[in-house]
Ligand binder design. Structure first.
Ligand SMILES: [Zn+2]
Length: 97
């Protein structure tokens, strides 16, 4: 259930942004559907972050705290270590680029 929502929520938000950028309402009357997709997708993402992560601060779980890059993990995967400026929480991130 959570795995489906983790894919569906950002996809819905992205679809809403694409519908807005592509000016689809000139052809079809969509009303508030693109805005509802964006807001709904972001709200579901926040709820997932609050329910899934076991970090201390709710603001950190949602993603309101700044993370700074503090180092690189040695290993096969290019893992970068990020630390929260407020909670001092560290997490390892894979950079695609
Ligand atoms: Zn934090």
């Amino acid at each position: 259930m959570f795995n489906i929502a983790k894919v569906a929520a950002p996809s819905a938000a992205l679809l809403g942004v694409i519908l807005l950028i592509a000016n689809v309402e000139e052809t079809y009357d969509l009303g508030i559907i693109p805005y509802a997709l964006i807001v709904g997708g972001i709200c579901v993402l926040m709820l997932l972050a609050l329910s899934g992560n076991k970090q201390q601060s709710p603001l950190c779980r949602i993603g309101f705290h700044n993370f700074i890059e503090v180092g690189q993990d040695s290993g096969d995967m290019p893992l970068y270590i990020y630390r929260c400026e407020r909670c001092r929480l560290e997490k390892k991130v894979i950079k695609a680029i």
